[in-house]
Design a protein around this ligand. Structure first.
Ligand code: SOE
Length: 382
């Protein structure tokens, strides 16, 4: 018998919607030891939070996250706020003994992330960070192929995440929807927002980074601030490029920007090993490109493995439709909830937990430092 897990969601933006959608769908498709109950949603505006609760089917609303955390009928706190609130809320939730699901990136920086890790480990509460792209079936398949040793020794890991939505100098910084441009709320720009996804996937697929050398740029130096009404200095990075060396000896080549005209969410990675290469592109998320040198000479070439075609042999796909039919971006969140609920039953933590996500935070810290000093930086171990 599946047990209820009462969710208290904080934040009603894009991610609040993505998570709520996942909570609503997961039990219809996955047989799990727990099923989410949309108990309460919390946001500062009473009108907006009521509207959100009605749209997504939350039983109640709060306007103060401290009240939400103090409620005995809430089992799990889901943090979908801007990054500068993650630590305070997560630490308070851990002290109250709540299960915690936190949006990425874990924190504003490494030291803050470490406090969050220590809080959840001390309280022994289950925790996870929403790096959702790990659970796109073709990406999970890439993990499987690597674990099976099919690529052999890895030489190169290449990733990029490109968008174009901040090119206009008229776009203000700060406030609802635009807090990603305000360094006080976000901690960083594209590095924490986009590159963090690439780093999380890379650490998962290819192990730890050892050293990095980074370059960042802020193309628009001043923007009007929505909260103060004044034109203020922009503190985020608009673009970030870094190269590096993984501990397994392979070379890293990463890029992210919000100034790549024509690109809305081009997340791609390619891994080259001695026996095989794999490549993935979010725009064609079901496809894993695979080249295996061991294939018979005359048939050797890039294979286009489409995870909908295998009749459910690929990760998560047996839970959805008949072969040939697609799922999408939103399902990566459903898969993350499914794995997390499964882990609550088995006691085997689902990744990335706070400590695992802290490793990404340490790479981000090294990027910030290297961009400042112009020097190579060692990535600290978690
Ligand atoms: C930024 O535009 C953003 O929404 C990120 O915040 C998400 O994490 C990413 O998945 C898509 O782009």
């Amino acid at each position: 018998m599946s047990k209820p897990l009462n969710i208290g969601l904080i934040g009603t933006g894009f991610m609040g919607r993505a998570h709520s959608n996942a909570y609503r769908k997961v039990s219809n498709f996955f047989k799990l030891p727990y099923h989410p109950v949309l108990k309460a949603v919390c946001a500062r505006s009473a009108d907006k939070v009521k509207d959100f609760a009605e749209t997504w089917g939350y039983e109640s609303t709060e306007t103060d996250w401290k009240t939400l955390i103090s409620r005995k009928d809430i089992d799990a706190i889901d943090i979908c706020t801007p990054n500068n609130n993650h630590a305070e809320i997560a630490i308070a939730a851990a002290q109250a003994g709540k299960i915690i699901l936190c949006e990425k990136p874990l924190a504003m920086n490494g030291p803050e992330g470490l406090k969050m890790v220590e809080a959840v480990e001390k309280a022994k509460v289950p925790n996870i960070v929403w790096y959702n792209y790990r659970r796109v079936p073709a990406v999970t398949l890439a993990k499987k192929l690597i674990e099976e040793g099919r690529l052999g020794k890895i030489f190169h890991y290449r990733a990029k995440f490109l968008q174009d939505w901040t090119i206009s100098p008229e776009l203000p910084q700060g406030g609802a929807g635009l807090w990603r441009l305000d360094v006080a709320a976000s901690g960083s720009g594209v590095s924490g927002d986009l590159l963090a996804h690439c780093i999380d996937t890379a650490l998962w697929l290819n192990g730890s980074l050892d050293t990095i050398s980074a370059m960042t740029e802020t193309f628009i130096k001043e923007r009007k601030h929505t909260l103060t009404g004044k034109t203020e200095k922009v503190g985020i990075d608009d673009a970030c490029i870094f190269m590096g060396r993984f501990k397994n000896g392979s070379l890293a080549n990463f890029e992210s920007t919000r100034y790549a005209r024509g690109h809305k969410a081009l997340y791609t990675f390619e891994i080259n090993g001695e026996n095989a290469s794999i490549a993935w592109d979010l725009h064609d998320l079901h496809r894993l490109q695979y080249f295996d040198y061991k294939d018979e000479g005359k048939l050797r070439g890039w294979k286009s493995i489409h995870v909908t075609d295998a009749g459910g042999d690929h990760p998560y796909m047996d839970k959805w439709w008949v072969p040939g039919l697609s799922i999408g971006y939103e399902h990566s969140f459903v898969h993350q909830v499914a794995d997390f609920l499964e882990s609550l039953g088995s006691g085997k933590p689902a990744m990335p937990d706070f400590r695992d996500a802290y490793r990404t935070q340490l790479v981000l810290d090294a990027i910030t430092e290297s961009a400042k000093t112009g020097k190579w930086e060692k990535v600290e171990s978690a």
